[in-house]
Design a protein around this ligand. Structure first.
Ligand code: SF4
Length: 240
């Protein structure tokens, strides 16, 4: 059984085409800007069997003609890597595309196998600076950066995502550090910059959790354009 927080039937952000997106329950990070704090607790969620998931995919098969398929996001999918290996093997056998949206921080044999198995991996880099990463997420970014480098050796195109948070991830040194790390990746096909927003703040109030970024403004179009300009010195395909 796979622990799922929620399901989106016509997702368009977690991979190519139209996608069935599973938001898995449980996360090992505590990102200050997380807009899905209700996915973090490992004890929540609802159990789904592989068959239930493949039935949902079959219902949507006609919509996947333009390269769509199944995406798993979270929470952090790699926490359930063992079960997802079985799911992805079955989903691929049935001819569906698979995408994995991950913080990339888990370095177990199953997690590494799952990363290698997915047709597309979307790695979220939260911060390139180790200390700042720890402050932002409560965890180290070493495994993230190693997983990405290992994946790059496979020769399969992959994406990286980065959330631009004013005052937290938008310093010139942060962006130059990220850019020069990405410049060494041969198979990075897209670097996507997402603006920090406050859409999930009400969930913190509902959960009785403190929200650390109360005084942080949302990232503006101008902020995104500035970040893109810096990153374009290192990477061609930067998308905002
Ligand atoms: S990795 Fe994603 S789900 Fe986990 S805390 Fe960070 S933003 Fe939230």
């Amino acid at each position: 059984m796979i622990k799922i927080h929620s399901i989106e039937t016509f997702g368009t952000h977690e991979g190519p085409g139209i996608r069935l997106v599973l938001f898995l329950q449980g996360c090992n990070f505590r990102c200050a800007y997380c807009h899905n704090p209700d996915t973090i607790n490992l004890l929540g969620g609802k159990d789904y069997s592989i068959e239930q998931i493949t039935n949902l995919l079959e219902e949507q098969r006609p919509y996947f003609a333009s390269g769509g398929g199944l995406s798993v996001s979270g929470g952090e999918p790699l926490l359930q890597a063992k079960k997802l290996l079985l799911l992805f093997a079955e989903v691929k056998r049935l001819g569906f595309n698979t995408a994995l949206d991950t913080n990339g921080s888990i370095w177990t044999p199953d997690a590494r196998k799952l990363i290698a198995l997915a047709d597309l991996v979307i790695f979220d880099i939260k911060q390139i600076d180790g200390e700042k990463h720890r402050e932002l997420t409560g965890a180290s970014n070493l495994a993230v950066l190693e997983n990405i480098q290992e994946h790059d050796q496979l020769g399969k195109p992959f994406w990286i995502r980065y959330v631009l948070v004013p005052g937290w991830t938008d310093q010139e040194s942060d962006l130059e550090g990220l850019g020069s790390y990405c410049a060494n990746l041969k198979n990075l096909s897209k670097l996507e910059i997402l603006p920090y927003h406050q859409l999930g703040v009400y969930k913190y109030q509902e959960l009785g959790m403190p929200y650390r970024l109360n005084n942080v403004p949302v990232a503006s179009t101008k902020d995104l354009e500035r970040a893109k300009k810096i990153l374009n010195k290192f990477v061609k395909n930067v998308v905002i």
